[in-house]
Design a binder for this molecule. Structure first.
Ligand SMILES: [Zn+2]
Length: 342
């Protein structure tokens, strides 16, 4: 089959569109013909060799996969050949104490598809049958592949970790990013008021269309000044942070008393400083978040199926051009999600 693999870590040049053996379907597994696989920053970090993700080389990236079941392994009874499915990106054991308590994204052996396993930058992929979720009949494969990781991540951050409530103010960084465009929609679903940042003026109307009341161009405006104006000097209740050092300081300073900063990423670097006086005197909470639980993924899938949340597919790009697609994501030349199609 055709796949995009890399045999060593490095820049986009290490991605190679080539022939690899078709994966074999084992007991309890399904073989899925990939129709769409969306791109995430995670794919780039793994390609670059971030130590947190130990992979075996050669490797196939891609954690958000939608397609059609083509073959069933022995013992599979929960789905059938021809089913249109999207695969859960999180891999948990189902048996450890965290899994048994429903916090399966804290699983002792938690992994992410396309990191802990080969992923969907390929014509075929195998998965555990229990990881398949049905795609509603009206939904395109591209749209199905666009939602799992980013909507799950944003949901866990805002609903479960930050406990965002109706009427609260939230600052969402990078409205055009995968998690950012999901976070605005989830915040509006929770009836919060949203201020969002963008990196270019052309993204402003798109962020407005998602429901953000206030938009700040972070390249030419001072985030702290603008957010405080918008929040009438009071600050915001929640900051949706995934940028890191480039925004961290202002993210802390714009929080209202009792505010919560929730973060899932560090695209501008891993280290920040913290003025502890803000933390204790304003009684702030700093919350880490990673992925989300299976129950949360199903909640998100239901709302997307009902049309109440909508993944935005910026562009569908042929699989063979994965290198170009990752470059566009790195340069933030995207609003929503880039999706690869074999
Ligand atoms: Zn577990």
């Amino acid at each position: 089959m055709k796949a995009v693999v890399f045999r060593q870590h490095g820049g986009p040049d290490v991605l190679e569109y080539t022939d690899v053996p078709e994966p074999r379907v084992g007991p309890g597994e399904i073989l899925v013909r990939v129709k769409a696989c969306s791109i995430n920053h995670l794919d780039i970090w793994i390609r670059q060799g971030l130590p947190a993700y130990r992979i075996t080389l050669p490797h196939i990236s891609g954690c958000d996969v939608a397609g059609v079941i083509d073959r069933l392994g022995p013992g599979v009874t929960t789905c059938k050949v021809g089913d249109r499915v999207v695969l859960a990106p999180g891999l948990s054991c189902g048996e450890c104490a965290w899994c048994r308590s429903g916090d399966d994204n804290l699983c002792a052996t938690y992994g992410i598809r396309g990191a802990a396993t080969d992923g969907g930058y390929a014509e075929w992929i195998t998965a555990r049958a229990q990881d398949a979720l049905a795609i509603p009949a009206a939904m395109a494969f591209e749209e199905a592949a666009a939602y799992p990781l980013v909507f799950l991540t944003a949901w866990h951050m805002l609903v479960t970790r930050a406990k965002l409530r109706a009427g609260e103010r939230v600052l969402v960084h990078a409205a055009g990013s995968g998690t950012g465009h999901a976070a605005i929609q989830i915040a509006k679903h929770l009836q919060a008021t949203v201020c969002a940042t963008v990196g270019s003026d052309e993204k402003i109307p798109k962020a407005k269309a998602l429901g953000a009341e206030e938009i700040i161009n972070s390249r030419r405006e001072n985030i702290e000044v603008r957010v405080k104006e918008w929040a009438q000097g009071r600050g915001v209740d929640v900051v949706f942070e995934h940028i890191g050092p480039a925004t961290w300081e202002s993210s802390v300073r714009v929080l209202a008393k009792g505010g919560r900063l929730v973060t899932c990423g560090a695209t501008s670097g891993p280290s920040v400083t913290l003025d502890l006086r803000y933390l204790f005197s304003r009684q702030l909470s700093l919350l880490g978040s990673m992925m989300g639980t299976r129950a949360e993924l199903e909640a998100v899938a239901r709302l997307i199926g009902e049309g109440r949340l909508k993944p935005i597919v910026d562009t569908v790009i042929p699989l063979r051009e994965a290198r170009v697609a990752q470059g566009r994501l790195l340069r933030r030349e995207v609003f929503g999600k880039l999706v690869l199609a074999p």
